[in-house]
Write a protein that binds this ligand. Structure first.
Ligand code: SF4
Length: 383
């Protein structure tokens, strides 16, 4: 097998840990309540699946590792250590690699073990600094827990990110300003700020259908997005991706940049997605979704893959465009033309005249106004 991966785009490993202490009513990720499950078989399956990926990926250096979920901070430090050692043995983790773990504030007693295992970036699911809102969001932690966890994390990790959710029902601009202002003073290195979206399969969708409450309307959500952008920029956290802000370029997520730049990544754990470029093909790989199905697949075949599709050049061009435009820097036009496709020139001129897209000789990017309708713009200019 020949490997024609472009190392400049980066190579990462994503480990999906699907269990959560409680499933939040807004969440539509592939997650399951942890209860008192025996998780050892899943951990073993992930270790075997990593070996299967190594056979297919060839020798490469791992630039980033990301433990996502679900709630990977439910793992014991020794399990995280076992996974990292295994990844290092299989591929070799590059020196200075970014190793991120998503954590629930409730799990701060394990942060010291995660750091000892080699995690150097913690992404903390704070979601709100208001106890009533945390209750509404179905979170198990309090605002005091979030603050205490952030302070523990700042002592343990080189980089700490926190997540907040805004555009909640009846949230006024003044309330969001106050909450974001408080979060900006906490001194995290990175902020991921998401609008509350009502996902069709989530419990919140049923609550909205029952008429329990009304979601924020699009116009108000767009105003809050602009407020977010302005406040973060003014406090030294410029936006670098549609929902992400960093206090300096070195705190931007290197792992997510692999997705945005269409690099390659291994995806292990139930329902994880991966991309692999080899032998002139770019494979989109998806693991079996349910933990038991995933464990069975690994036991039977040595890999957890449920599907593996070779992406056409057109699929790749579309993916590069939709992912690349998420970045404030945008993408190089050569990223699309090298695959034999071009963008819709008349739509591009129209969008540039409306101030939604910036275009140079070699690249395109969305303007702040354009970021509000990113999906629509991608549809309009996509090959
Ligand atoms: S903790 Fe995160 S992954 Fe788990 S249910 Fe809540 S939002 Fe979803």
């Amino acid at each position: 097998m020949e490997f024609d991966f472009d190392p400049g785009r980066g190579f990462g490993v994503y480990v999906h840990w699907p269990y959560c202490a409680r499933v939040c009513p807004y969440c539509d990720f592939n997650v399951y309540a942890a209860k008192n499950r025996d998780t050892a078989p899943l951990l073993d399956a992930i270790l075997v699946d990593l070996g299967g990926w190594r056979e297919r990926s060839g020798a490469r250096r791992v630039d980033t590792v990301f433990f996502g979920g679900g709630t990977p901070s439910l793992l014991a430090g020794e399990d995280v250590s076992r996974l990292l050692q295994h990844i290092d043995k299989l591929w070799g983790i590059a020196s200075g690699a970014e190793t991120t773990l998503e954590a629930n504030p409730d799990d701060r007693s394990r942060f010291v073990d995660f750091a000892a295992a080699g995690v150097n970036r913690l992404s903390l699911g704070v979601q709100s600094l208001d106890d009533q809102v945390l209750k509404f969001l179905g979170r198990t932690h309090s605002a005091a827990d979030a603050r205490a966890s952030l302070s523990v994390a700042q002592n343990q990790f080189a980089s700490v990110s926190l997540d907040l959710i805004y555009a909640r029902p009846e949230q006024t601009a003044a309330q969001w300003r106050a909450e974001l202002g408080e979060a900006l003073k906490l001194g995290a290195d990175h902020l991921s700020l998401y609008e509350l979206t009502i996902e069709p399969g989530a419990a919140f969708a049923r609550a909205v259908r029952r008429g329990d409450w009304t979601p924020a309307d699009d116009e108000h959500a767009a105003d809050l997005y602009e407020t977010t952008d302005e406040m973060c920029a003014a406090s030294g956290y410029p936006i670098y991706e549609i929902s992400n802000h960093a206090s300096s370029p070195r705190h931007q997520s290197k792992h997510n940049r692999i997705y945005w730049r269409s690099g390659d990544w291994v995806g292990v754990g139930p329902g994880a997605h991966g991309r692999l470029t080899a032998s002139g093909q770019r494979l989109a790989i998806e693991a079996a979704e349910r933990p038991n199905t995933y464990i069975d697949a690994v036991r039977r075949t040595g890999v957890g893959w449920a599907s593996s599709e070779s992406l056409s050049a057109l699929d790749q061009a579309r993916e590069r465009l939709s992912m690349g435009l998420r970045l404030v820097d945008g993408l190089a036009l050569a990223d699309i033309s090298s695959l034999g496709y071009g963008l819709d020139e008349s739509a591009l001129s129209e969008l540039a005249a409306l101030g939604l897209v910036r275009r140079s000789e070699t690249g395109i990017a969305l303007t702040p106004k354009g970021r509000l309708t990113a999906d629509r713009i991608v549809e309009m200019i996509s090959p």
